[in-house]
Design a protein around this ligand. Structure first.
Ligand code: ADP
Length: 648
């Protein structure tokens, strides 16, 4: 026999692998306590539900018990009055049970909705505290599934799993008591069948559990594909790379797997039901037989009505037993759901507000980096011993090849990430000691990838300053050099920007985001200059908007254009995560280092030279010659990219 074999072995393994067994949640006291902590605020309503369930379970058994009276006292004694009384009573009790059932569902739904409401809100605010690292490493589809379907699942657990456990247990107990009161021997004979239910149940339960889990993973995958391909930028990528077929195949495959899983899931336990219903029909026959023998041979104190009641009550027991057996799966599934949700709740908030946050009265926006080391992933250092200071009112330009760590440096200032070693200070205080809201309130970032919300220009501006007046908005737009454009629009500030601002050009979006930052009026401005080639008009408009800010405000710029670089008070040259040179343009050019190389290869290139792989190559190209350069990698001799400020 193969190891782990035996009759059940290989078959069971076909349904549930070790890994899947391991993924079953451990149902511990702590988990239950935590689940019930969500119910606690609604204990009064829960108590009402419990009372309703109790009364309606008893009421729903009463007609079965009354059947005995109908037969014995009505039919056999031929007493019409008693017959009608018991019939009316029976009907009234049934109606009563149903009415209480309605009340119960209402209170139940109410509780479930409120609990999911609480959980959703808790999840949303928790998610907002998660670091950028969390959002860059986790699949968006997965996050959304947890926040939507998983929490919706909780509703299901409360409205059906919890209540059905309760009502089934109560029904069983009441039925058992009533049966044993009638005749303990017959009752006992009738219910010997019941334990046989447990045999196939365990197996079917496990199968369903595995399939449910698989279906959940498959569903996550489908959501992931939809999220990736049905987004604006995703579709763009699919179209431009002609990947429609590939994506379709991927989607179709996942869908097909889902179908198979769904069919298997709905068929799981079908055989089990056949066995159950066979067992179920044996019970009444045993009661008739045992009751009959007792009545006929032993002259026991049993009536026809009693036997009918016993059969009816036994019939009422099968359903609760059956669903309590199945509920094992629902229960495990519910606990898995809670475990998944709690997993998210328990994820450590990486960037937290300090215990005693420092909240200075004001700040000049000074920035100090002291021996900063940083890595996104352990063992892969990105920044190494970065130190620099930016005084209030000054500006620093960070230049360097793509991937050298420029954006990473600025990410550390508003604490999107925390340093591994060294300190980043803002206004002279370690950012980890500052109040997070204060810190972020005083920093304004214009990033390369401008994100505008789907709404009007006004909505997007008000996001920075909800109480901004019309004049303030116009002023900010003027300064950001976008007011001319807005004035030309029929609806002015109420012009809609489209999904993620896609109805606007790159330059317009950038200038709106500059206006947005101007409205915020932070102590420190951070510009991550766009590398994508904007047309020269948009570019100069942006430059005109930025220049006065650089000259008058504390600012850090990731610069790709020489004109911007020249506007800064100090230039930091970053290479492979280190600041390799710093100073003024004229000194750096002469120094003969990385900057000189960048400068010579990028701005003073001789005809015939190869381009290096740096961001600085993304110079806006205007003439046909320049276009040729982009295609061939050769720079035309007469092309001078510096337009805004003269070179020395
Ligand atoms: P730059 O702004 O100079 O182009 P970045 O600061 O964006 O460079 O990136 C520096 C390095 O860090 C690159 O090698 C990049 O691949 C890596 N990096 C950037 N963001 C992340 C991230 N969220 N997770 C892991 N690595 C990252």
């Amino acid at each position: 026999m193969p190891p782990g074999g035996g009759f059940g072995g290989p078959m069971r393994q076909g349904f549930m692998t070790e890994e899947e067994k391991n993924s079953q949640p451990k149902i511990t006291g702590a988990l239950l306590k935590r689940v019930f902590s969500y119910l606690a605020p609604y204990s009064r309503q829960l108590f009402l539900v419990l009372a309703c369930i109790l009364v309606s379970s008893v009421f729903s058994l009463l007609p079965s018990i009354l059947t005995g009276k109908i037969i014995d006292e009505g039919l056999i004694r031929q007493d019409l009055k008693a017959l009608i009384t018991y019939i009316v009573l029976s009907l009234a009790v049934t109606l009563g049970a149903n009415l209480i059932g309605v009340a119960e569902s209402y209170i139940n739904t109410w509780i479930a909705q409120h609990i999911t409401f609480d959980m959703r809100n808790q999840m949303f605010s928790h998610m907002q505290k998660m670091s950028q690292r969390f959002f860059t490493t986790n699949n968006q589809g997965d996050i959304i599934t947890r926040m939507t379907s998983d929490i919706d699942g909780v509703k299901q657990v409360i409205t059906s799993t919890f209540t059905s456990i309760l009502s089934n247990v109560i029904t069983l107990i009441v039925a058992l008591i009533a049966m044993f009161q009638k005749n303990w021997l017959v009752a006992l004979i009738g219910i010997v069948i019941v334990p046989l239910f447990t045999l196939p149940t365990r197996h079917a339960g496990k199968t369903r559990w595995t399939l449910t889990r698989e279906a959940q993973t498959c569903n996550d995958e489908i959501n992931g594909i939809l999220n990736e391909t049905m987004s604006v930028s995703g579709q763009l990528l699919v179209k431009l790379f002609g990947k429609e077929n590939y994506e379709f195949q991927r989607y179709q495959k996942a869908n097909e797997r889902m179908i198979k899983l769904n069919i298997r899931e709905s068929m799981a336990g079908r055989w089990f039901r056949v066995v159950l219903s066979t067992f179920a029909s044996i019970g009444p026959m045993l009661i008739y037989l045992a009751g009959g023998i007792l009545m006929m041979k032993y002259d026991a104190n049993l009536t026809v009505g009693d036997i009918t009641v016993l059969v009816a009550l036994l019939g009422k027991m099968y359903m609760p037993v059956n669903s309590l057996m199945n509920i094992q799966v629902d229960w495990i599934r519910s606990m898995a759901l809670f475990t998944r949700i709690f997993e998210y709740f328990d994820m450590k908030v990486e960037i937290e507000n300090p215990k005693n946050p420092v909240k200075p009265a004001g700040t000049g926006g000074e920035v100090d980096f002291e021996h900063v080391d940083f890595s996104y992933e352990k063992g892969k250092p990105i920044l190494k011993d970065v130190s620099f200071s930016l005084k209030s009112g000054d500006s620093v330009a960070i230049v360097g090849p793509s991937g050298s760590g420029k954006s990473t440096i600025i990410n550390l200032i508003p604490r999107l990430y925390d340093v591994d070693a060294g300190t980043v200070s803002f206004g002279g205080v370690d950012v980890r000691k500052l109040d997070l809201t204060f810190l972020r309130q005083h920093i304004g970032v214009v990033s390369q990838e401008t994100y505008l919300f789907n709404g009007s220009i006004r909505d997007n501006l008000l996001y920075a300053k909800p109480d901004a007046t019309e004049e303030e908005m116009v002023e900010a737009c003027r300064k950001a050099n976008i007011y001319d454009f807005i004035e030309k629009q029929e609806t002015g500030l109420d012009t809609l920007v489209g999904n993620r601002g896609l109805k606007l050009s790159g330059g317009e979006k950038q200038r709106i985001s500059i206006a947005r930052v101007l409205l915020k009026n932070p102590a420190l401005f951070i510009f991550d200059e766009a590398t994508s080639a904007l047309d020269s008009i948009s570019e100069s408009k942006i430059q005109e908007a930025i220049d006065p800010i650089i000259n008058s405000r504390t600012s850090i710029l990731i610069a790709h254009r020489l004109s911007t670089i020249l506007a800064a008070d100090e230039i930091l040259v970053v290479k492979d995560g280190e600041i390799v040179e710093r100073g003024q343009h004229k000194d750096l050019v002469k120094a003969g280092g990385v900057y000189t190389e960048l400068y010579e290869t990028q701005f003073h290139r001789e005809e015939g030279q190869e381009t290096g792989e740096t961001d600085l190559e993304h110079q806006p190209l205007e003439s046909e010659d320049a276009l040729e350069y982009e295609l061939s990698g050769q720079l035309p001799a007469e092309w001078n990219p510096v337009r805004h400020q003269p070179l020395e």
